[in-house]
Design a protein around this ligand. Structure first.
Ligand code: FAD
Ligand code: MLT
Ligand code: ZN
Length: 476
């Protein structure tokens, strides 16, 4: 073992190696603190060549590797196992923006760049990188691509898979595949890029990416809206597509329970409306068409106000606050984005990151809430999420005062009931967070034998020694 550590040190130097237990700790547990693993070392290469050399050494020594970006994943995919035989390979030193091409609307980055840095760099060049999620201040683009992350603008721009043109990957053998092509059209055999996207580090390590950029929106309208029901939210969204001239960029649904947790636990949060309601929508429209100062034309805010007025007359809206400026819009967004934090501080929760088609949301929701309550009558449903693309965080908080062990005794009953319904509605048991370690059994249960066998065949072919993030997504 000393020999392995010294050989790792020779590749990444002292700066790239963490061996002391205090220094290792943040890399050994996940954001939700569901897992606490052990590792031989935390290895932090600074270049693709160093990643390749580390992987080659580990392949020769049969040491398994857990790739890690910002460690904000929800499924335990970036956390090592408890046996301590793996290394964690963190990409957090590979954090350079390599190129920005404003003519071709692309940006080339290393895998460890923080998502927010990418958004800010694009904005400085009057461009938009539209991936946006609550963890954007700490998650990395390599993690985003490896989980095929979703977030709050998927309904307009797509998820991470749709936002990338090319990637560079270090294979489980330590070879470098340079697929950094900035091409919109490229039909040259099997799509290797798509294979690695969403693979959660089980097939190789993403080291660089060419990302797509969009024009930066110049006119944005944001509203915090109380609605009578999830059905009303879906109808409101449906009409908004045409009313906004196809400019709906976010549509997030929230139940009161999650908002209360944010107001209770996240200092500085304030309720945008005076009255309390059961359901809320955060609606955002964005357009690249700038409003000319003094010109007598209708901007998105006026259009949205008119649309919400009509919707109120139809009973689809109970009350609404339209953001008067950017800081008010940011305050609305903070309440939405702090839902995970509020839930975490409230105590134990069971998360269901599910999707059904948008038109099935209302039916699923009614049945799902009843199923959760049947499994544990005192549980507290916390439903929120990306209703605009059919993805709900259909979460469940423990009854007040319960500890984790008490609550987790109901995990299978609650999740089984929810997932059976999701699958019955033609939906997915993991919409955007992936499988990681937490849903390995669920994936095997809910997907067909042919699908699992095909995935296993791919995994065995690319990683015959099973050293690349073993035990995540699939047992091989
Ligand atoms: P990590 O957590 O470090 O890793 C995630 C997985 O990818 C692991 O399996 C890891 O092994 C693998 N991996 C990481 N980097 C690489 C690499 N370079 N090459 C190969 N494999 C790699 N997710 C959403 O989709 N939408 C949301 O709206 C959303 N909101 C969130 C809000 C909060 C508050 C938090 C804490 C999380 C949220 N997430 C959301 C989950 C999480 O932020 C995303 O999954 C994110 O993409 C993970 O990025 P990361 O860099 O933290 O990856
Ligand atoms: C979010 O959309 O805020 C996260 O993906 C949700 C979660 O914590 O379940
Ligand atoms: Zn989400």
């Amino acid at each position: 073992m000393t020999d392995l550590i010294e050989r790792l040190r020779a590749i990444v130097s002292d700066k790239g190696l963490i061996l002391d237990e205090d220094g290792k700790h943040p890399y050994l547990t996940d954001w939700r603190e569901t897992y606490l693993g052990k590792a031989l070392a935390i290895v932090r290469p600074a270049t693709t060549e160093e990643v390749a050399a580390v992987v080659k050494l580990c392949a020769a020594e049969k040491v398994a590797i857990v790739p890690q970006g910002g460690n904000t994943g929800m499924m335990g995919g970036g956390t090592p196992h408890e046996d301590g035989h793996e290394i964690v390979l963190s990409l957090n030193r590979m954090n350079r923006i390599l190129d920005i091409d404003t003519i071709g609307y692309t940006m080339t980055v290393e895998a460890g760049v923080i998502l927010k840095t990418i958004q800010e760099t694009a904005a400085q060049h009057d461009r938009l990188f539209p991936l946006s999620l609550g963890a954007e201040g700490s998650c990395t683009i390599g993690g985003n691509l490896s989980t095929n992350a979703g977030g709050v603008q998927v309904l307009h721009y797509g998820n991470a898979r749709q936002l990338v043109l090319g990637i560079e990957v270090v294979t489980p053998q330590g070879e470098v595949w340079n697929g950094l092509r900035a091409l919109k059209k490229d039909n040259t055999g099997y799509d290797l890029r798509d294979l690695y996207l969403g693979a959660e580090g089980t097939l190789g390590i993403i080291t660089k990416a060419v990302l797509k950029l969009w024009p930066k929106p110049k006119d944005v309208a944001t509203a915090w809206i109380a609605v009578p029901s999830p059905e009303a939210a879906v109808e409101l969204l449906s009409g908004a597509h045409a009313a906004s001239e196809d400019n709906v960029t976010s549509c997030e649904l929230m139940a009161r329970q999650g908002i209360d947790f944010v107001l209770d636990h996240v200092p500085g949060s304030t309720d945008p409306l005076q009255e309390k309601y059961d359901w809320y929508v955060l609606l955002e429209w964005s357009s690249t068409r700038a409003r000319r100062p003094g010109a007598n034309e209708t901007g998105l805010a006026e259009k949205m106000e008119a649309y919400l007025g009509e919707a109120m007359e139809k009973g689809l809206v109970l009350d609404a606050a339209l953001a008067q400026n950017e800081s008010q819009a940011r305050a609305f967004w903070a309440i939405r984005e702090n839902h995970s934090e509020g839930q975490k501080r409230e105590g134990p929760s069971i998360k269901h990151d599910i999707s059904v088609s948008v038109s099935r949301i209302a039916d699923f929701m009614a049945e799902g809430l009843a199923a959760m309550k049947k499994a544990l009558p005192d549980c507290r449903p916390v439903v929120f999420g990306h209703v605009g693309d059919g993805n709900l965080h259909f979460n469940c908080q423990s009854p007040p005062g319960w500890n984790k062990t008490q609550f987790m005794a109901y995990h299978h009953a609650i999740s089984g009931a929810v997932y059976d319904l999701v699958v019955g509605h033609g939906g997915s048991i993991s919409a955007e967070h992936g499988i990681g370690r937490l849903k390995v059994e669920d994936l095997a249960h809910y997907r067909s034998k042919v699908e699992i066998d095909t995935m296993r065949t791919i995994k065995r072919a690319l990683d015959p020694q099973n050293l690349m993030n073993p035990g995540k997504i699939l047992q091989v």
